[in-house]
Design a binder for this molecule. Structure first.
Ligand code: XMP
Length: 534
């Protein structure tokens, strides 16, 4: 498959994987299925995640995987109607690796027994290795006592024909089993999480030694193939790309420019709610350094005018989203005929996750996105990052020679500083916030903490408090500082700065930023908080 036409005929998806060995991961709904994919890709092997109920045997055969991994999941195989691997999976003659629920359904479907146990295991556990196999080679010898991470209530109590025990734990006598003749391996524990220290190597042994994958899926290979594919897809068409200054859109733009040169035009919409120096940096890098045709549209008056007097967070987000589309549309119509819109869509946005509840989820925040654009402008999509995780996008940026500090940038939300000023937005507040944010980030960089933090920023609260500076009474705004660690933005913990650092930042902000006389630090994790304040 080179290109796939979607149902609405508007989007074409690049598939750069066809020259490489592939592993298929069947998802039974585990919270950590994406980690399996990341571990496999770290071994240089391309893989995809498919929901178990969308993987019929013919589709699997077309995909031509060299092996299949069955993920964990929240169900119990002892319940009626719980998920099963597709009919015929065990007769394909392919190596299989079952993890947790994947192990249990493998055992159950092949004639063994799984029972709900009183002896549940959550967290750290130890497996005693009873015999050697191809998949444990060079890591776990017979007699070893190895740390793993468990999360299970059910457990296997009798094995299907052909299987033998590789390892046991206190709570799971069949913690690690194999049928070496058929190359079926299955574990009760989770090799994909970091708390199973040799888990990555175990998965590598599966993909390389058992499945025979070459491990040649590197970012340099990806880059070269993606460039070829983009050329084939775009032909001599014209492409526009919305640049936000973030990593995903920046890497998309540089990759496209490498592929099609000046057939690409980038549009950078300045909403007036960018951080200090942000617009200048984007123009410098893309127009001056890369020589990419770039339209820098200063629409700040329009955005700020429409936001005047608006304080409700959802209203702000909706106004910004709609205005962005209007401005983008107007700018691109000035360019003339355009055929494609390039977007930095990533693999986590593409994976269809297994939903057991089926019901609609609550909207916490209306995310700023440009999803309305392709339909309105009748454009086909170019999405060269659709197969990649965030950290792989950064690697691709490196393979494209992009500056390291650009690649490592913290995420910045589409609505910008608007959602860091609870209440009404004014030019004055934006200016105060920019200054405070600059001081905060400067101190973080100086302390060498920037890369240890997922995201750090200042928030200007719509609250004035009384202070005293010199002999004068002050009555100024409160600034809240936020810094979090996270792997994907879905959950987060606040960053544990030492007090001296925070005290120093507070002093600098109050001394240097007129309009702020008090600084507080936000120690809320996500959940229950969110990363941004609105
Ligand atoms: P929350 O506040 O939902 O943020 O915990 C999670 C991550 O998403 C970013 N964020 C956005 N990114 N458009 C974006 O492109 C948005 O509308 C948006 N809102 C939040 C936020 O900065 C954090 O990294």
């Amino acid at each position: 498959m080179d290109m796939t036409q979607t149902a609405d005929n508007s989007s074409i998806i690049l598939d750069t994987s066809q020259h490489h060995d592939r592993i298929l991961i069947l998802d039974f709904g585990s919270q950590v299925t994406q980690l399996i994919a990341r571990r496999v890709r770290e071994t240089g092997v391309y893989c995809e995640i498919w929901p178990f109920n969308q993987a019929d045997i013919d589709r699997i055969k077309d995909f031509q995987p060299k092996g299949i991994i069955l993920s964990g999941g929240p169900s119990s195989v002892t319940e009626e109607n719980s998920p099963r691997a597709p009919e015929g999976l065990f007769d394909l003659g392919l190596p299989l690796f079952g993890i947790c629920y994947g192990q249990q359904t493998m055992v159950h479907q092949l004639g063994g027994r799984v029972e709900t146990s009183d002896h549940r295991e959550f967290g750290r556990a130890y497996v005693d290795i009873k015999s050697r196999t191809q998949i444990t080679q060079d890591i776990w010898e017979e007699g070893a006592h190895e740390q793993v991470w468990m999360s299970h209530g059910d457990r296997v109590t009798s094995l299907p024909e052909g299987f033998s025990v590789i390892g046991t734990s206190t709570g799971a006598p069949f913690a690690f089993i194999a049928d070496e003749a058929r190359q079926f391996y299955a574990v009760q524990f989770h090799p994909e999480v970091v708390h199973t220290p040799h888990g990555g190597q175990l998965l590598k042994n599966f993909t390389h030694e058992v499945c025979g994958c070459a491990g040649d899926w590197t970012m340099a290979a990806f880059r070269d193939e993606a460039i070829e594919k983009i050329r084939t897809q775009v032909g001599d068409g014209k492409v526009i790309c919305g640049l936000s200054g973030g990593v995903d859109s920046s890497v998309t733009a540089v990759l496209l420019h490498e592929a099609i040169g000046d057939q690409l035009t980038c549009i950078y919409v300045d909403t007036g709610m960018m951080r200090a120096g942000e617009s200048e940096q984007v123009v410098e890098l893309f127009r001056n350094h890369y020589n990419i045709p770039l339209i820098h549209e200063d629409a700040s008056d329009k955005f700020l005018g429409l936001l005047d007097g608006v304080s409700d967070p959802e209203k702000k987000r909706k106004i910004i989203g709609a205005t962005f589309i209007d401005v983008f549309d107007a700018v691109s119509s000035r360019i003339g005929k355009v055929d494609f819109l390039a977007q930095g869509t990533l693999y986590p946005d593409v994976i269809e996750s297994v939903s057991f509840t089926g019901g609609p989820s609550v909207t916490i925040k209306s995310h700023h996105n440009v999803g309305g654009l392709p339909e309105r402008m009748n454009l086909k999509l170019v999405e060269p990052l659709r197969e990649l995780f965030k950290d792989e996008v950064r690697d691709l940026g490196r393979a494209l020679g992009m500056p390291e500090d650009f690649i490592r940038r913290h995420p910045f939300p589409g609505p910008g500083l608007a959602i860091r000023i609870p209440g009404e937005i004014t030019e004055e507040k934006l200016e105060i916030l920019r200054k405070a944010d600059t001081v905060y980030l400067e101190e973080i960089r100086k302390a060498g903490l920037y890369d240890a933090i997922w995201q750090a920023f200042a928030v200007l609260l719509p609250v004035r408090t009384v202070g005293v500076m010199g002999d004068d009474r002050t009555y100024d705004y409160v600034c809240a500082l936020r810094a979090v660690t996270s792997t994907d933005g879905m959950t987060a913990d606040y960053y544990h700065f030492d007090h001296e650092f925070l005290g120093n930042v507070s002093t600098r902000i109050i001394n240097e930023v007129r309009g702020i006389n008090r600084v507080v630090y936000d120690i809320t994790s996500k959940p229950p908080g969110t990363i941004e304040w609105e």
